[in-house]
Design a protein around this ligand. Structure first.
Ligand code: GDP
Ligand code: MG
Length: 414
Protein backbone atom coordinates (compact mmCIF):
# COMPACT_ATOMS: atom_id res chain seq x y z
CA UNK A 1 0.00 0.00 0.00
CA UNK A 2 2.65 2.59 0.90
CA UNK A 3 4.98 1.33 -1.80
CA UNK A 4 3.22 3.46 -4.38
CA UNK A 5 4.81 6.29 -2.49
CA UNK A 6 8.33 5.07 -3.21
CA UNK A 7 7.56 4.90 -6.87
CA UNK A 8 4.63 7.00 -8.03
CA UNK A 9 4.71 5.39 -11.48
CA UNK A 10 3.71 2.12 -9.84
CA UNK A 11 0.79 3.99 -8.33
CA UNK A 12 -1.06 3.54 -11.60
CA UNK A 13 -3.48 0.81 -10.69
CA UNK A 14 -5.14 -1.61 -12.99
CA UNK A 15 -8.85 -2.11 -12.89
CA UNK A 16 -9.00 -5.01 -10.48
CA UNK A 17 -6.17 -4.11 -8.09
CA UNK A 18 -7.52 -5.13 -4.71
CA UNK A 19 -4.81 -3.19 -2.91
CA UNK A 20 -6.27 0.00 -4.27
CA UNK A 21 -7.70 1.92 -1.37
CA UNK A 22 -8.65 5.50 -1.68
CA UNK A 23 -9.33 8.12 0.88
CA UNK A 24 -12.88 8.73 -0.28
CA UNK A 25 -13.67 5.24 0.98
CA UNK A 26 -11.39 5.65 4.00
CA UNK A 27 -13.23 8.75 5.05
CA UNK A 28 -16.46 6.85 5.34
CA UNK A 29 -15.11 3.63 6.80
CA UNK A 30 -12.66 5.04 9.33
CA UNK A 31 -13.20 8.72 9.84
CA UNK A 32 -10.24 10.50 11.26
CA UNK A 33 -10.57 13.10 13.94
CA UNK A 34 -8.15 15.57 12.44
CA UNK A 35 -10.10 15.51 9.21
CA UNK A 36 -13.43 16.00 10.89
CA UNK A 37 -12.18 19.01 12.78
CA UNK A 38 -10.07 20.81 10.23
CA UNK A 39 -10.76 19.43 6.79
CA UNK A 40 -13.96 21.15 5.78
CA UNK A 41 -14.18 24.42 7.63
CA UNK A 42 -17.76 25.21 8.51
CA UNK A 43 -17.39 28.99 8.48
CA UNK A 44 -20.88 30.33 7.92
CA UNK A 45 -23.14 28.62 5.41
CA UNK A 46 -20.48 27.79 2.78
CA UNK A 47 -18.03 24.92 3.41
CA UNK A 48 -14.49 25.54 2.20
CA UNK A 49 -11.63 23.18 1.39
CA UNK A 50 -8.32 23.38 3.26
CA UNK A 51 -5.06 23.46 1.28
CA UNK A 52 -2.84 22.56 4.27
CA UNK A 53 -0.47 19.82 3.11
CA UNK A 54 -0.51 17.96 6.46
CA UNK A 55 -4.15 17.03 5.82
CA UNK A 56 -3.27 15.15 2.63
CA UNK A 57 -0.46 12.91 3.89
CA UNK A 58 -2.36 9.66 3.48
CA UNK A 59 -1.97 6.53 1.36
CA UNK A 60 -1.56 7.25 -2.35
CA UNK A 61 -5.05 7.23 -3.92
CA UNK A 62 -6.01 4.93 -6.77
CA UNK A 63 -4.82 6.50 -10.01
CA UNK A 64 -5.49 4.24 -12.98
CA UNK A 65 -2.94 3.98 -15.77
CA UNK A 66 -4.00 6.75 -18.18
CA UNK A 67 -5.21 5.48 -21.56
CA UNK A 68 -5.06 7.55 -24.74
CA UNK A 69 -8.53 7.60 -26.32
CA UNK A 70 -7.70 10.06 -29.08
CA UNK A 71 -5.67 13.08 -30.09
CA UNK A 72 -6.03 16.30 -32.03
CA UNK A 73 -3.86 18.93 -33.67
CA UNK A 74 -3.87 22.71 -33.90
CA UNK A 75 -2.15 24.06 -37.02
CA UNK A 76 -0.07 27.21 -37.63
CA UNK A 77 -3.31 29.23 -37.64
CA UNK A 78 -4.69 27.47 -34.56
CA UNK A 79 -7.24 25.51 -36.60
CA UNK A 80 -8.50 22.24 -35.09
CA UNK A 81 -7.97 18.82 -36.71
CA UNK A 82 -9.23 15.56 -35.25
CA UNK A 83 -5.93 13.78 -35.95
CA UNK A 84 -2.21 13.66 -35.11
CA UNK A 85 -0.83 15.72 -37.99
CA UNK A 86 1.19 17.95 -35.61
CA UNK A 87 2.96 15.04 -33.91
CA UNK A 88 6.75 15.50 -33.76
CA UNK A 89 9.57 12.99 -33.26
CA UNK A 90 12.32 13.22 -30.64
CA UNK A 91 15.88 13.33 -31.94
CA UNK A 92 18.32 12.86 -29.07
CA UNK A 93 20.84 15.70 -28.91
CA UNK A 94 24.47 15.47 -27.79
CA UNK A 95 25.01 15.73 -24.02
CA UNK A 96 26.64 19.17 -24.41
CA UNK A 97 24.97 20.54 -27.54
CA UNK A 98 25.57 24.30 -27.12
CA UNK A 99 22.22 25.10 -28.75
CA UNK A 100 21.79 28.85 -29.12
CA UNK A 101 18.22 29.44 -27.94
CA UNK A 102 18.31 33.14 -28.89
CA UNK A 103 18.65 32.31 -32.59
CA UNK A 104 15.58 33.40 -34.55
CA UNK A 105 14.19 35.75 -31.91
CA UNK A 106 12.21 37.66 -33.17
CA UNK A 107 12.58 37.28 -36.93
CA UNK A 108 11.56 33.59 -37.02
CA UNK A 109 8.95 33.66 -34.26
CA UNK A 110 5.16 33.61 -34.61
CA UNK A 111 3.55 33.87 -31.19
CA UNK A 112 0.07 32.60 -30.34
CA UNK A 113 -2.30 35.43 -29.46
CA UNK A 114 -2.61 35.10 -25.68
CA UNK A 115 -5.60 37.45 -25.64
CA UNK A 116 -7.80 34.84 -27.34
CA UNK A 117 -9.32 32.81 -24.51
CA UNK A 118 -9.99 29.35 -25.94
CA UNK A 119 -11.34 27.88 -22.70
CA UNK A 120 -12.29 24.22 -23.29
CA UNK A 121 -13.27 24.79 -26.95
CA UNK A 122 -10.72 22.43 -28.56
CA UNK A 123 -11.59 19.58 -26.18
CA UNK A 124 -15.30 20.18 -26.79
CA UNK A 125 -14.69 20.08 -30.54
CA UNK A 126 -12.85 16.77 -30.06
CA UNK A 127 -15.77 15.41 -28.00
CA UNK A 128 -18.27 16.30 -30.76
CA UNK A 129 -16.01 14.80 -33.44
CA UNK A 130 -15.97 11.56 -31.43
CA UNK A 131 -19.53 11.74 -30.14
CA UNK A 132 -20.66 8.37 -31.47
CA UNK A 133 -17.93 6.44 -29.65
CA UNK A 134 -18.18 8.49 -26.44
CA UNK A 135 -21.89 8.76 -25.80
CA UNK A 136 -23.73 6.17 -23.83
CA UNK A 137 -27.25 5.87 -25.16
CA UNK A 138 -29.99 5.19 -22.69
CA UNK A 139 -33.44 5.42 -24.26
CA UNK A 140 -33.45 5.16 -28.05
CA UNK A 141 -33.87 8.89 -28.67
CA UNK A 142 -31.88 10.13 -25.67
CA UNK A 143 -29.26 12.83 -26.12
CA UNK A 144 -25.57 12.34 -25.45
CA UNK A 145 -24.35 11.64 -21.91
CA UNK A 146 -20.64 11.12 -21.29
CA UNK A 147 -19.27 8.34 -19.08
CA UNK A 148 -17.03 10.87 -17.32
CA UNK A 149 -17.38 12.84 -14.11
CA UNK A 150 -14.89 15.52 -15.23
CA UNK A 151 -13.69 17.05 -18.50
CA UNK A 152 -10.77 19.50 -18.39
CA UNK A 153 -7.26 20.40 -19.55
CA UNK A 154 -4.29 18.54 -18.04
CA UNK A 155 -2.80 21.96 -17.18
CA UNK A 156 -5.74 22.71 -14.86
CA UNK A 157 -5.22 19.41 -13.03
CA UNK A 158 -1.48 20.20 -12.73
CA UNK A 159 -2.42 23.39 -10.87
CA UNK A 160 -4.62 21.37 -8.52
CA UNK A 161 -1.82 18.88 -7.82
CA UNK A 162 0.62 21.62 -6.83
CA UNK A 163 -1.83 23.74 -4.81
CA UNK A 164 -0.77 22.58 -1.29
CA UNK A 165 2.80 23.72 -2.15
CA UNK A 166 1.98 26.88 -4.09
CA UNK A 167 3.14 29.94 -2.14
CA UNK A 168 2.99 32.55 -4.91
CA UNK A 169 0.06 32.15 -7.30
CA UNK A 170 -3.63 31.56 -6.81
CA UNK A 171 -6.11 30.24 -9.38
CA UNK A 172 -9.74 30.51 -10.45
CA UNK A 173 -11.50 27.45 -11.84
CA UNK A 174 -14.98 27.72 -13.36
CA UNK A 175 -17.11 24.57 -13.12
CA UNK A 176 -20.33 23.81 -15.01
CA UNK A 177 -22.39 20.64 -14.55
CA UNK A 178 -23.97 19.66 -17.87
CA UNK A 179 -25.75 16.34 -18.45
CA UNK A 180 -24.12 14.97 -15.32
CA UNK A 181 -20.52 15.79 -16.37
CA UNK A 182 -18.51 18.50 -14.60
CA UNK A 183 -16.54 20.72 -17.00
CA UNK A 184 -13.60 22.62 -15.44
CA UNK A 185 -12.18 25.68 -17.22
CA UNK A 186 -9.67 28.17 -15.89
CA UNK A 187 -10.40 31.88 -15.49
CA UNK A 188 -7.40 34.24 -15.54
CA UNK A 189 -6.83 35.88 -12.16
CA UNK A 190 -6.38 39.64 -11.87
CA UNK A 191 -2.82 39.01 -10.59
CA UNK A 192 -1.95 36.79 -13.59
CA UNK A 193 -3.32 39.39 -16.01
CA UNK A 194 -1.22 42.13 -14.42
CA UNK A 195 1.87 39.90 -14.47
CA UNK A 196 1.34 39.21 -18.18
CA UNK A 197 1.00 42.92 -18.94
CA UNK A 198 4.15 43.78 -17.00
CA UNK A 199 6.35 41.08 -18.54
CA UNK A 200 9.86 42.33 -19.22
CA UNK A 201 11.46 42.04 -22.64
CA UNK A 202 13.92 39.57 -21.07
CA UNK A 203 11.04 37.36 -19.82
CA UNK A 204 9.32 37.60 -23.24
CA UNK A 205 12.52 36.31 -24.89
CA UNK A 206 13.00 33.55 -22.31
CA UNK A 207 9.53 32.21 -23.13
CA UNK A 208 10.75 31.82 -26.73
CA UNK A 209 13.78 29.82 -25.53
CA UNK A 210 11.62 26.91 -24.41
CA UNK A 211 10.01 26.59 -27.85
CA UNK A 212 13.39 27.01 -29.57
CA UNK A 213 14.74 24.05 -27.58
CA UNK A 214 11.83 21.97 -28.94
CA UNK A 215 12.80 22.99 -32.48
CA UNK A 216 16.40 21.80 -31.91
CA UNK A 217 15.23 18.39 -30.66
CA UNK A 218 12.10 17.59 -32.70
CA UNK A 219 11.63 16.47 -36.30
CA UNK A 220 8.38 16.57 -38.28
CA UNK A 221 8.77 13.02 -39.59
CA UNK A 222 10.20 9.73 -38.32
CA UNK A 223 13.03 9.87 -40.87
CA UNK A 224 13.79 13.59 -40.92
CA UNK A 225 16.00 15.76 -38.71
CA UNK A 226 15.20 18.89 -36.68
CA UNK A 227 15.30 22.16 -38.62
CA UNK A 228 16.78 24.93 -36.44
CA UNK A 229 16.53 27.28 -39.42
CA UNK A 230 12.72 27.11 -39.51
CA UNK A 231 10.10 29.37 -37.94
CA UNK A 232 8.96 28.80 -34.33
CA UNK A 233 5.16 29.04 -34.40
CA UNK A 234 3.50 28.56 -31.01
CA UNK A 235 0.04 28.18 -32.55
CA UNK A 236 0.97 24.64 -33.54
CA UNK A 237 0.14 21.90 -31.05
CA UNK A 238 -0.38 18.16 -30.79
CA UNK A 239 -2.68 17.19 -27.92
CA UNK A 240 -3.39 13.78 -26.46
CA UNK A 241 -6.81 12.97 -24.98
CA UNK A 242 -6.63 10.54 -22.10
CA UNK A 243 -9.04 8.69 -19.91
CA UNK A 244 -8.27 7.67 -16.34
CA UNK A 245 -9.71 7.45 -12.83
CA UNK A 246 -8.61 9.12 -9.59
CA UNK A 247 -10.33 7.29 -6.71
CA UNK A 248 -14.01 7.43 -7.75
CA UNK A 249 -13.55 10.30 -10.22
CA UNK A 250 -13.70 9.30 -13.90
CA UNK A 251 -11.60 11.81 -15.81
CA UNK A 252 -11.25 12.84 -19.43
CA UNK A 253 -8.56 15.41 -20.06
CA UNK A 254 -6.29 16.63 -22.82
CA UNK A 255 -2.73 17.88 -22.70
CA UNK A 256 -0.23 19.19 -25.21
CA UNK A 257 2.54 16.68 -25.98
CA UNK A 258 5.92 17.92 -27.23
CA UNK A 259 7.03 14.82 -29.15
CA UNK A 260 7.30 11.04 -29.21
CA UNK A 261 10.01 8.40 -29.39
CA UNK A 262 10.57 7.72 -33.09
CA UNK A 263 11.61 4.08 -32.59
CA UNK A 264 8.90 1.92 -34.24
CA UNK A 265 9.35 -0.52 -31.33
CA UNK A 266 8.57 2.18 -28.74
CA UNK A 267 5.54 1.44 -26.52
CA UNK A 268 2.08 2.73 -27.45
CA UNK A 269 1.01 6.26 -26.42
CA UNK A 270 1.20 7.79 -23.88
CA UNK A 271 4.27 5.68 -22.88
CA UNK A 272 6.24 6.78 -25.97
CA UNK A 273 5.76 10.49 -25.33
CA UNK A 274 8.57 12.83 -24.28
CA UNK A 275 8.16 16.15 -22.46
CA UNK A 276 10.82 18.78 -23.22
CA UNK A 277 11.87 21.43 -20.72
CA UNK A 278 14.55 24.03 -20.26
CA UNK A 279 15.91 25.16 -16.92
CA UNK A 280 18.73 27.31 -15.60
CA UNK A 281 22.09 25.59 -15.37
CA UNK A 282 22.70 24.24 -11.84
CA UNK A 283 25.97 25.51 -10.32
CA UNK A 284 25.44 25.56 -6.54
CA UNK A 285 23.87 23.25 -3.89
CA UNK A 286 21.25 25.96 -3.29
CA UNK A 287 20.31 25.95 -7.00
CA UNK A 288 20.10 22.16 -6.97
CA UNK A 289 17.84 22.23 -3.92
CA UNK A 290 15.52 24.83 -5.50
CA UNK A 291 15.40 22.78 -8.69
CA UNK A 292 14.29 19.72 -6.70
CA UNK A 293 11.79 21.60 -4.55
CA UNK A 294 10.08 23.74 -7.18
CA UNK A 295 10.93 22.73 -10.77
CA UNK A 296 10.69 18.95 -10.31
CA UNK A 297 7.30 19.31 -8.57
CA UNK A 298 5.84 21.06 -11.64
CA UNK A 299 7.53 18.67 -14.06
CA UNK A 300 6.41 15.58 -12.15
CA UNK A 301 2.78 16.74 -11.79
CA UNK A 302 2.42 17.69 -15.46
CA UNK A 303 3.78 14.42 -16.87
CA UNK A 304 2.53 11.98 -14.22
CA UNK A 305 -1.10 12.97 -14.96
CA UNK A 306 -1.20 11.76 -18.62
CA UNK A 307 1.36 8.97 -18.05
CA UNK A 308 4.21 10.59 -19.98
CA UNK A 309 7.23 8.62 -18.71
CA UNK A 310 10.14 11.03 -19.22
CA UNK A 311 11.19 14.65 -19.30
CA UNK A 312 14.23 15.69 -21.33
CA UNK A 313 15.75 18.84 -19.82
CA UNK A 314 18.04 21.32 -21.49
CA UNK A 315 20.08 23.28 -18.93
CA UNK A 316 20.89 26.76 -20.23
CA UNK A 317 23.25 29.51 -19.15
CA UNK A 318 22.30 33.20 -18.82
CA UNK A 319 23.09 33.76 -22.50
CA UNK A 320 20.50 31.21 -23.59
CA UNK A 321 22.96 28.49 -24.55
CA UNK A 322 22.02 24.89 -23.67
CA UNK A 323 25.14 23.62 -21.91
CA UNK A 324 23.88 20.14 -21.09
CA UNK A 325 20.93 17.80 -21.60
CA UNK A 326 19.59 15.29 -19.09
CA UNK A 327 16.71 12.79 -19.05
CA UNK A 328 14.47 12.53 -15.98
CA UNK A 329 12.29 9.41 -15.84
CA UNK A 330 9.08 10.48 -14.03
CA UNK A 331 9.13 7.28 -11.96
CA UNK A 332 12.54 8.23 -10.53
CA UNK A 333 11.69 11.78 -9.47
CA UNK A 334 10.24 10.86 -6.07
CA UNK A 335 13.56 9.09 -5.27
CA UNK A 336 15.59 12.08 -6.41
CA UNK A 337 13.85 14.48 -4.04
CA UNK A 338 14.01 12.24 -0.97
CA UNK A 339 17.24 13.90 0.24
CA UNK A 340 15.60 17.32 0.34
CA UNK A 341 14.41 18.32 3.77
CA UNK A 342 10.66 19.19 3.92
CA UNK A 343 10.18 18.41 0.25
CA UNK A 344 6.94 17.95 -1.67
CA UNK A 345 5.22 14.57 -1.72
CA UNK A 346 3.33 13.00 -4.65
CA UNK A 347 0.66 11.59 -2.30
CA UNK A 348 -0.20 15.08 -0.98
CA UNK A 349 -0.64 16.33 -4.56
CA UNK A 350 -2.90 13.45 -5.58
CA UNK A 351 -4.97 13.43 -2.37
CA UNK A 352 -5.56 17.17 -2.56
CA UNK A 353 -6.71 16.87 -6.19
CA UNK A 354 -8.98 13.96 -5.25
CA UNK A 355 -10.54 15.88 -2.36
CA UNK A 356 -10.98 18.98 -4.50
CA UNK A 357 -12.88 16.93 -7.10
CA UNK A 358 -15.08 15.43 -4.34
CA UNK A 359 -15.69 18.97 -3.05
CA UNK A 360 -16.71 20.11 -6.56
CA UNK A 361 -19.13 17.17 -6.96
CA UNK A 362 -20.74 18.10 -3.67
CA UNK A 363 -21.04 21.84 -4.45
CA UNK A 364 -21.82 21.98 -8.19
CA UNK A 365 -25.28 20.41 -8.02
CA UNK A 366 -27.39 22.40 -10.49
CA UNK A 367 -27.10 20.84 -13.96
CA UNK A 368 -27.30 23.76 -16.39
CA UNK A 369 -24.91 24.87 -19.19
CA UNK A 370 -24.87 28.55 -18.18
CA UNK A 371 -24.47 28.09 -14.42
CA UNK A 372 -20.87 28.45 -13.20
CA UNK A 373 -19.50 27.53 -9.79
CA UNK A 374 -16.32 29.59 -9.49
CA UNK A 375 -13.67 28.05 -7.22
CA UNK A 376 -10.93 30.31 -5.95
CA UNK A 377 -7.56 29.54 -4.38
CA UNK A 378 -5.01 31.89 -2.87
CA UNK A 379 -1.74 30.69 -1.28
CA UNK A 380 -2.18 29.57 2.34
CA UNK A 381 -5.97 30.04 2.17
CA UNK A 382 -8.87 27.61 1.94
CA UNK A 383 -10.46 27.08 -1.46
CA UNK A 384 -13.72 29.09 -1.60
CA UNK A 385 -16.47 29.29 -4.21
CA UNK A 386 -19.25 31.49 -5.57
CA UNK A 387 -22.18 30.79 -7.92
CA UNK A 388 -22.89 32.70 -11.15
CA UNK A 389 -25.88 32.41 -13.51
CA UNK A 390 -25.66 33.60 -17.16
CA UNK A 391 -22.57 35.63 -16.36
CA UNK A 392 -19.28 36.47 -18.04
CA UNK A 393 -18.00 33.18 -16.56
CA UNK A 394 -20.26 30.86 -18.59
CA UNK A 395 -17.94 28.93 -20.92
CA UNK A 396 -19.85 26.10 -22.64
CA UNK A 397 -20.49 27.38 -26.19
CA UNK A 398 -23.94 27.14 -27.80
CA UNK A 399 -22.66 24.88 -30.58
CA UNK A 400 -21.57 22.34 -27.97
CA UNK A 401 -24.71 22.54 -25.81
CA UNK A 402 -26.99 22.19 -28.84
CA UNK A 403 -25.14 19.28 -30.42
CA UNK A 404 -25.00 17.43 -27.08
CA UNK A 405 -28.71 18.01 -26.55
CA UNK A 406 -29.83 16.81 -29.95
CA UNK A 407 -30.98 13.25 -30.61
CA UNK A 408 -28.38 11.05 -32.33
CA UNK A 409 -30.14 11.28 -35.72
CA UNK A 410 -31.26 14.89 -35.47
CA UNK A 411 -29.07 15.99 -38.38
CA UNK A 412 -30.65 13.50 -40.73
CA UNK A 413 -34.21 14.70 -40.11
CA UNK A 414 -35.88 16.65 -42.92
P1 GDP B 1 0.05 22.81 -19.86
O1 GDP B 1 0.12 21.49 -19.19
O2 GDP B 1 0.00 23.97 -18.89
O3 GDP B 1 1.08 22.99 -20.92
O4 GDP B 1 -1.35 22.91 -20.59
P2 GDP B 1 -2.10 21.77 -21.44
O5 GDP B 1 -1.15 20.77 -21.97
O6 GDP B 1 -3.25 21.30 -20.62
O7 GDP B 1 -2.59 22.63 -22.68
C1 GDP B 1 -3.84 23.20 -22.72
C2 GDP B 1 -4.03 24.06 -23.94
O8 GDP B 1 -3.57 25.35 -23.60
C3 GDP B 1 -3.29 23.65 -25.18
O9 GDP B 1 -4.07 23.99 -26.32
C4 GDP B 1 -2.05 24.50 -25.16
O10 GDP B 1 -1.60 24.80 -26.48
C5 GDP B 1 -2.56 25.75 -24.47
N1 GDP B 1 -1.58 26.39 -23.64
C6 GDP B 1 -0.51 25.84 -23.02
N2 GDP B 1 0.16 26.77 -22.35
C7 GDP B 1 -0.51 27.93 -22.53
C8 GDP B 1 -0.30 29.26 -22.10
O11 GDP B 1 0.65 29.59 -21.39
N3 GDP B 1 -1.24 30.19 -22.49
C9 GDP B 1 -2.32 29.86 -23.25
N4 GDP B 1 -3.21 30.82 -23.59
N5 GDP B 1 -2.52 28.63 -23.69
C10 GDP B 1 -1.63 27.69 -23.34
MG1 MG C 1 7.43 21.28 -22.86
Amino acid sequence: PNSSYQNPQSAYRRHRDAGGRNHCENKRSRPNQQQQHHHHHQSGPAPNLSTRKELYERDFPVYKQPVEIGCFSLDSERRFFNDGRQMRYYVEPERNPNFDLRDGYKDRYIKRDGNVKEKLDHILRWILANKSKLCSKGAAASPCALDFDFVTWRGHLTKLLTTPYEMREGWLLAVTRFKGTLYISEVETEAARREQENRTERHEEMMYWGYKFEQYTCADDVHSLPDPGGVVNTNEAFCTVVQTRLADHRLLFSGEVDCRDKDPKAPAPPACYVELKTSAEICTPKQRSNFHRFKLLKWWAQSFLPGVPRVVAGFKDDEGVVVNVDTFPISKISQLIKNEHNCWKPTVCMNFCCDFLSFVKQIAIEDHPSVVYLFSSEPRRDVTFSVHRDSQYSFLPHWFVEEMSSRPDAHHQP
